[in-house]
Each structure stands twice: as C-alpha cells, then as structure tokens.
Design a protein around this ligand. Structure first.
Ligand code: LFR
Length: 490
C-alpha cells in the first residue's frame, strides 16, 4: 500500500512515497524542491503558492510512476500561518518567523499578561517569533490582514485547505502558537481576549491521525488524477520527527537535527513547573496526546548562514567541504552560545561570531574552518547542557541520545555530540519527519496498532548508526569553560 508524505522544511521540501512490505518501510523520494523565503520590501515572506505548486508537482510525479496513493499528509515547520478572508481567500502572503516584525513584542504582551501566566496557560517556551507575538504585532499595527481575517490556518492547515477546501486546525502545530491551553484542551480564550485577537479565527482542533477531507474535484481534474484522502498527522515537523525516533523504551532522549536542533524527551503530561519556565523549556503537542518536553537550540542555521555569506563573497563550499575544513582546524579557537539572540536573524554570521568572541575574551576565528569548528563544538556543548536539564526536569536518566534528521549526515557533529554528552549517540532515520508523517498515516489506516509498533517497524527498517564517546577529559574541560562564558544558569 503506497502513501504520500510531504515534508516542508525551512530551506527545502520533499514528497516521498512510503510502502509497507513484510513489516518493513520503504521510502522513495519522488520530488525535492527549494523553499526559499522571499524578501519583499521590508518584509520576509514564505512563497506559499509556490509550495502549493510543488505539492501538485509531487502528485503528478506519483501519477507518472503509476501510483495512486491511498492517503497523503503534510508536515512543516511551526508557528507561521495564513489568514483567510470571509470569501475563503488567503489574505496577503504568510510572514516568515525570522522577519523582524515581532521584535519587542514579547515585552509588550507581558505587559498585558504576565509571562508566568502565559506559561501556566500554555506550557510553551518563549521564542520571539511564536504565533502569539506575530498576531500581537499585527494587532498593534492595526494590520488590514487581521481586520479582514475570518480564519487562522497554520502552514500545513493552509496547504491542506487548498487541497481539500476544508479548514481544520491541527493539534501539534496549534500548540506551538502559545495560544493553546493543554490543560483545557483548546484555544485559550482569555489569552486571546487579553491580546485582542478574535476567537472566531480559531477552529476546532483535531489530533494527528484524523481524516481531513479529500482532494478537491477541481484539483483532480486539473492534474488528471483520482481523489486521495487527506489525513492530519503531526503536522509540526518536529512532532513527526519524534514520532519516527526508533526507541523501544518510553523514556528516551532525542535530538531532531536540521536547521533547528530540537532536544528533549516525550512526556505524557506537560511539565509546567517554575523550573521549566526559568529554563525556557517547552511542551509541544505530539502524537497520541503525548507532549515533547524540549528546548529549541539554534542548530545548523548558523552554519547554513555562514555558507550563504561565503557564497555572497564568491566562495562556494559544500557542507562536506566545510566539515572537512573544521576537522583540520585547531580545536577550541572560540566557543559561543548558539542561542544568543545575535544569531537568530539572517545575515552575516562571521562578524557576529567574532563580536561574541571578543566580548567574551576569546580569540576570534579567522578562517572558514575555524568558524565552522566553533559552531559545531559550541552546538555539541549546548546539547550536553540541554540534555542534563532534560534529565532534571523529567526526572529521568538517559543511557544515550537518539539523533534524527538531515543533520546526522554531519558525522563530525554526531561524534562530538557523543564526546560532549559522554554517552552513545544513536543516529537515524535521516528523513525523520517524513517517516513520522508516513507512520501516523499508517496508524490512522490501522496498519500499525499504535506508536510503539510504528517505532519498532521503523527500527527494523532503517539502520541505526552508533557513535561512542571518546576524548572525555578535553570535552569536560571545554564544557566548564562554555558554561562560564555563555553565563548559563546551572
Ligand atoms: C523545526 C521547527 C521547530 C520550530 C521552528 C520554527 O523545523 O518546526 O520545531 O520551533 O521550526 O517553526
């Protein structure tokens, strides 16, 4: 039985066919496309209609292979959204969460609702680009988009709406808005009221694995295909990635590694303690009413931006070339906290890394290899920090760390992560989000009884890489220095 998964990341998207044969999953990537944000004047947008075009290309490619998928589902990055007018049309082009329009908005919202209160209602970490601050920014500027809006749809909700004509808000993404109350299991109406966002925009929330319509007849005619049922999965890509972690025990730690690094553990109930608030951990909704107690770490974004910066200077390196340069560069030139707000927005990263290094009394990296080494070592050390706090907050001890996502192709990072945490790292699958997307479609159709069974089949279907920690003393010493210069709460 063939099914179709669309996985949209912050820099590229893909369509994959999934097949289940003899309790083994096979995936075939049939379409891959860039997802380049577009700067238009002072605003940074997602090109959502181009994404819809690419979804259609995926359908055509499946058709040309003679496939008629039994179902399809979409997952993407979180927090971003489109607003729909009364006539059913999209108002404007969705903003990119790295746009500057939310700057200073967190503080303004806290003046209306205290920060601790927002956490007590939502359990969600404070990131300046959360949907709540984006909507508050639209409200503050009296945006015509918000004035005219009748419905709020997150990116996969919106694309699904284009495919099916039905508007449904999906749970895992809904939680990332910081407007969803997991204790009341619904949109937090008092919070919405306090920031002046009309409740009517928000529809009922459905969980992953729900039937959410069929391809519209007009679309089927346009492409010359038969209709396909559309399913909600964990439409937040991180939710899908964690669904694909091939862990056999319930108490496991994961690191979903891509543009972002998302590290944490799966919990049955959100951990909404004072300490979780202080450490800015989050509780994002997952499959089967689970929650992901995790923390966002800036991830490979800084490296992606360095690569683009050098490209602008005419220096074209591939990622493997950059990693090779890092390997050859001397260790510990400089360490940075990758989550310093300096690194959040697009732009030249090398002067920011140099500024951070000077500010903290370290030598400035000069050569590309030194910059890349600085970022990879710093990420590994930040992983150690977040893993230790995940243990504390969840009251668990992890024997190792599961790494999933495209970032596992960076073997140096996997090894250094093992070295930094002093525990084995188990890698795979690299296409975590897409495989988690497929798995939930198979749970919905009854092929898998539950998430545990899905994870067992994923484990049997994809090889797991193992990295054992080495060089412990040097990493311990570096960790001490890292904590000091990053001034992290310990
Ligand atoms: C990862 C991710 C993160 C979310 C960030 C922004 O792709 O979905 O989980 O915090 O993108 O949406």
């Amino acid at each position: 039985m063939t099914i179709l998964a669309y996985d949209l990341g912050a820099s590229s998207g893909r369509a994959l066919l999934g097949r289940l044969t003899d309790r083994k999953i096979e995936v075939e990537e049939i379409h891959r496309f860039p997802n380049d944000p577009v700067q238009a004047g002072s605003r940074l947008h997602w090109d959502v209609l181009r994404l819809l075009h690419e979804l259609k290309q995926g359908l055509l490619k499946a058709k040309h292979k003679g496939e008629q998928p039994k179902s399809l589902a979409i997952d993407s990055w979180a927090v971003d959204f489109g607003l729909i007018a009364k006539n059913g049309e999209l108002l404007g082009n969705p903003y990119h969460y790295r746009d500057h329009y939310t700057e200073g908005m967190m503080e303004k919202v806290f003046a209306k609702v205290p920060q601790a209160d927002i956490f007590a209602r939502t359990g969600i970490q404070f990131l300046p680009f959360n949907t709540i601050y984006q909507l508050a920014a639209l409200k503050e500027t009296d945006s015509p988009l918000l004035r005219e809006a009748d419905r709020f749809l997150m990116i996969p909700d919106l694309l699904r709406y284009y495919l099916t004509g039905e508007m449904v808000n999906e749970f895992t993404n809904a939680t990332t808005t910081q407007l969803y109350n997991p204790l009341q299991e619904g949109w937090d109406q008092e919070l919405l009221e306090a920031i002046g966002i009309p409740e009517k925009l928000f529809g009922p929330v459905v969980h992953p694995g729900t039937a959410a319509g069929e391809l519209q007849p007009s679309l089927c005619r346009e492409l010359g295909i038969d209709s396909i049922p559309v399913i909600t999965v964990a439409e937040h890509d991180t939710g899908s990635a964690v669904a694909a972690v091939p862990a056999l025990r319930p108490d496991f730690a994961y690191l979903s590694c891509g543009t972002w690094s998302l590290m944490g553990t799966e919990v049955a109930k959100p951990v909404m303690t004072e300490q979780a608030l202080q450490l800015n951990f989050t509780n994002e909704g997952g499959v089967n009413h689970t929650y992901r107690l995790l923390k966002n770490i800036m991830g490979l974004w800084i490296l992606q931006e360095l690569k683009r910066e050098w490209e602008r200077q005419g220096l074209n390196y591939t990622f493997p070339e950059l990693v090779a340069l890092a390997k050859d560069a001397g260790p510990w030139t400089s360490l940075v906290d990758p989550d310093d707000p300096l690194f959040l927005h697009a732009g030249d990263m090398s002067p920011r890394i140099q500024a951070y290094s000077s500010r903290t009394g370290q030598r400035q990296p000069q050569q590309p290899g030194e910059f890349v080494r600085c970022i990879l070592e710093s990420l590994a050390l930040k992983y150690r920090y977040v893993l230790e706090w995940t243990e504390q907050l969840s009251g668990q001890r992890f024997e190792g760390l599961h790494m999933v996502g495209g970032g596992i192709q960076n073997e140096l990072l996997c090894q250094w992560t093992a070295d930094a945490i002093g525990k084995p790292v188990w890698t795979g699958p690299a296409e975590g989000s897409a495989i988690g997307n497929l798995a939930v479609q198979w749970i919905a159709s009854g092929e898998f009884a539950n998430l545990q069974e899905a994870r067992r089949v994923i484990r049997d279907s994809f090889p797991v890489g193992i990295y054992e920690p080495v060089d412990r003393e040097r990493w311990e010493e570096a960790y001490g220095r890292f904590l000091q210069l990053a001034s992290l709460p310990t």
